[in-house]
Design a protein around this ligand. Structure first.
Ligand code: ADP
Length: 207
């Protein structure tokens, strides 16, 4: 049977026999999402993968959800309009929430330019009693453009890419991120260590 919006009325959430506390005891960590936001080339993915490595070496289970990787599969049918960006972030938010439920430290690296979209993902987590830690990778646009590791700013300036955040699409910086990282003149390892330190302070890394 389906309801007016075309969804099945017979879909019910099944609760398993393993609790969040059980997983915490086994994995010696609390699942949580670290959400990296910032302009393209600000350093989100570089820092997220460095954090993943540090955590792995310390015996923790972490996984990076990366913007480009996700757009190959789960969100391969979405573009860069505000609606598609919102749907992209909503889907990733739901995946992150499942990962957290499974006990993982989830490192999400997405431009995620709109405050409302990030707030939605925060609410998805907090309403389920899960930690959501927003990290603003605060690199000025001129520094991002000078780095331009994928040549995308160059293409956007040449008019070859439309809706490119920082050039011809807006970016709304967070006003209450749990952590702000300034990357100009900073070493990647130091930036990554700041994130791991915060996880330690918040009691994520322990049974
Ligand atoms: P994003 O994921 O935000 O699009 P990337 O991580 O793909 O950005 O690229 C960031 C670029 O900036 C990389 O070439 C990286 O080596 C460079 N970089 C320089 N300093 C830093 C730093 N402190 N943290 C992160 N990246 C840095």
């Amino acid at each position: 049977m389906t309801n007016a919006s075309g969804k099945s009325d017979n879909v019910r959430w099944h609760h398993g026999h393993v609790t969040r506390d059980d997983r915490r005891g086994l994995m010696k960590q609390s699942g949580c999402t670290i959400w990296f936001t910032g302009l393209p080339a600000s350093g989100k993915s570089t820092i997220a993968f460095a954090v993943e490595r540090l955590l792995f070496e310390a015996g923790h289970a972490a996984y990076v959800l990366d913007g480009d990787n996700i757009r190959h599969g789960l969100c391969g049918n979405l573009g860069f309009s505000a609606d598609d960006r919102a749907e992209n972030i909503r889907r990733i938010g739901e995946v992150a929430r499942l990962f957290v439920d499974a006990g993982l430290i989830t490192l999400a690296s997405f431009v995620s330019p709109y405050r409302a979209d990030r707030q939605l993902v925060r609410s998805l987590h907090e309403s389920a009693g899960m930690s959501f830690i927003e990290v603003f990778v605060d690199t000025p646009v001129d520094a991002c453009e000078a780095r331009d590791p994928k040549g995308l700013y160059k293409q956007a300036r040449a008019g070859e890419i439309s809706q490119f955040t920082g050039v011809n699409d807006p970016y709304e910086p967070p006003d209450a991120a749990e952590l702000v990282i300034h990357t100009v003149g900073a070493k990647v390892d130091d930036c990554a260590r700041c994130v791991v330190e915060l996880l330690g302070q918040r009691g994520v890394l322990g049974a």
